[in-house]
Each structure stands twice: as structure tokens, then as C-alpha cells.
Design a protein around this ligand. Structure first.
Ligand SMILES: [Zn+2]
Length: 189
């Protein structure tokens, strides 16, 4: 078992989730670890995953607004269990737009939260274009948030560690580590 949780600084961990459920099964362990034993965690959901990842709700005959509301409620409940706060940008999915407005909203969130680390989706996902697009947006927003001349009422940030390609590869390791911290029944020998 490691001596200390893997956190780069005192600022919260920011998780940028393309759809409302992505953060739960891709980064839940690390979020819980950051929230309960680290600097805190905040999840920004760029969309609710209402069109591409809500098939069961559509099959029940729900409207678009009802699907969004259900996905939001689920994500809020999951984040509460993990101990994270949330922001929902409701930018739409399938496709997630690569818009200047969404990029700016993400920049402002990064400046407001002043995270010490940003977790993003992997840069490639042949099965879902929204995921790498969310990663690309997060990467660019983090750079813009550090630019002195960027148009914002919030102060410039600096020194953010970016965990690129984290969701699939590294987080699996971190989740394994996190279990050892969070669940005392798990022991590593
Ligand atoms: Zn997704």
C-alpha cells in the first residue's frame, strides 16, 4: 500500500466528464479518494449524455427534458456518494459541440475552481467521439485559463497538473489504490 494518496497539490481535483455518467465508472475511486482523503473533487459534466447514453430512458418514452432531468439526478446522487461537488454545462451530446461558448464556460470553471489537477478522458476513443472531444476541450481550456490576457473576471491560474488519458489506463490503477484507502476491508500484500 502506498504511503500517501497521489495528489499534486492543495487545489481540488477537477474531473471533466463528457456525459453525466462517465465520471462514475471511469474515475469513481479516485474521486472518492480525493474527496475523502485529499484536496476535494469537483465534476464538470459537459452534457447529460441524454442522446447517446440514455437508451433505457428513451425506451420508456420519456421526453428529452425528462431524460436530462433523470440523468442529472443520477449524476448528482452519485457525486454525493463519492463526496464531489458538480457543475452541469448542458452543452448537448451526440455530438458534443466543439463550440467557443462551451470552451469559455470551461475556462471560467477552471479559473473559479483553481484545481491542482484536471482529469480528462483519453485522447482517443474509436467508439465515442464525444469523449476525446471533451478531453480536447479540457486541454485547451486549461491552457486558456493560464493565459494572462484571457477575457475573464477571475484571476489567472497556474501550475495545474493535467492527467491526460487518465480515465482508462491510469485511473484503473488509482482506483485500485483508492480501494485500499477507502475500504478498510481491502488489504494489499
Ligand atoms: Zn460517455
Amino acid at each position: 500500500m502506498p504511503d500517501a494518496p497521489p495528489f499534486p497539490g492543495p487545489g481540488p481535483v477537477l474531473v471533466v466528464s463528457a456525459h453525466a455518467a462517465d465520471f462514475v465508472w471511469r474515475a469513481g475511486g479516485y474521486i472518492a479518494l480525493a474527496a475523502q482523503r485529499g484536496p476535494g473533487a469537483h465534476v464538470v459534466c459537459l452534457s447529460y449524455g441524454e442522446r447517446g447514453e440514455s437508451a433505457a430512458l428513451w425506451k420508456r418514452g420519456l421526453s428529452l427534458d425528462e431524460v436530462k432531468a433523470a440523468r442529472r439526478a443520477e449524476a448528482e446522487a452519485a457525486a454525493k456518494i463519492l463526496g464531489a461537488s458538480t457543475t452541469f454545462l448542458d452543452a448537448g451530446d451526440y455530438p458534443l459541440p466543439r463550440s467557443a461558448e462551451l470552451l469559455d464556460r470551461l475556462v471560467q470553471e477552471i479559473r473559479r475552481l483553481r484545481p491542482s489537477a484536471v482529469l480528462v478522458h483519453s485522447a482517443a476513443d474509436p467508439y465515442n467521439a464525444d469523449h476525446p472531444r471533451a478531453a480536447e476541450l479540457a486541454l485547451e481550456a486549461r491552457i486558456l485559463a493560464q493565459a494572462e490576457g484571457y477575457d475573464s473576471d477571475l484571476p489567472t491560474i497556474e501550475g495545474v497538473v493535467l492527467f491526460g488519458a487518465l480515465f482508462i489506463v491510469v485511473l484503473n490503477l488509482l482506483v485500485d489504490i483508492a480501494y485500499a484507502f477507502i475500504d478498510p476491508r481491502v488489504r494489499y500484500t
